[in-house]
Design a protein around this ligand. Structure first.
Ligand code: VGL
Ligand code: ZN
Length: 234
């Protein structure tokens, strides 16, 4: 790794949401073939070149705004319904976004929130918990749906900010894999560009909630400055 890059190249790996609830056969929000990417992710985790190996966990309270069952009928169908979500940052409450609803998933400390045992988690040196704030969606490991970066607002983790952790290690490039390609992986890769890193998404290292939409997602990623690459290129 590194031969194709000029200048400083200090890579980090971000493994997004390889959790039971996103994997067949039992996951409540199972992504088709989600478990099959574990061997490639383990190969990447074992690469000596990364200065940081991060795993993110979707980690929701039971009253999370994204759970369809927390909203009244008829606008409470998982995968289909959207509700209005307010920016939780002080002074920004008038900012509204439409929020897609999901089945209950990745409830903090529940079996569904566990990283799947196929992933060699012992190689991970930083765990990032996200989606802990009950009133805002947070697909990205870096910022919530409104771009709030302050951990006090996003409650993304306990006393930790992923960007500062990466900057402290001098990271220039992040390589993103995991679940799901069209939600949390995409948003993390895009926010990494916004945070000033070169951002690479390894195509064979992800699976999508809607596989048929991947070509469109790739266009969005490229437009946002993310390089979508194959595992062999990394
Ligand atoms: C995700 C939907 C809801 C993901 C998380 O990890 O892609 N998708 N929460
Ligand atoms: Zn979630």
């Amino acid at each position: 790794m590194g031969s194709i890059h000029g200048g400083a190249f200090v890579p980090a790996l971000i493994v997004v949401d390889m959790q039971e609830d996103f994997c067949p056969p039992t996951g409540s929000l199972a992504v088709q073939d989600g478990r099959t990417i574990a061997p490639l992710i383990n190969t990447l985790l074992a690469q000596p070149g990364f200065v940081a190996r991060v795993a993110t966990l979707d980690w929701h309270p039971t009253d999370h705004i994204s759970f369809a069952s927390n909203h009244p009928a008829p606008n409470n169908k998982p995968f289909e319904s959207f509700i209005e979500m307010q920016n939780p940052a002080p002074g920004k409450e008038t900012e509204i976004k439409l929020q897609q609803l999901w089945p209950v998933h990745c409830v903090a400390d529940s079996p569904g929130a566990a990283i799947i045992p196929e992933i060699e988690s012992n190689r991970v040196d930083l765990l990032v918990y996200k989606g802990k704030h009950s009133q805002v969606e947070m697909y990205s490991a870096i910022a919530d749906a409104f771009g709030n970066l302050d951990p006090a607002v996003t409650a993304q983790s306990v006393n930790m900010d992923l960007i500062s952790a990466l900057r402290a290690k001098g990271v220039t490039d992040v390589f993103v894999v995991g679940l799901a390609g069209d939600y949390c992986v995409k948003c993390t890769a895009v926010d990494a560009v916004k945070a000033g890193f070169r951002s690479w998404l390894i195509e064979e290292g992800t699976k999508c909630v809607v596989p048929a939409g991947w070509d469109t997602v790739k266009e969005e990623l490229r437009a946002a400055g993310v390089s979508v690459i194959h595992a062999d290129d990394a």
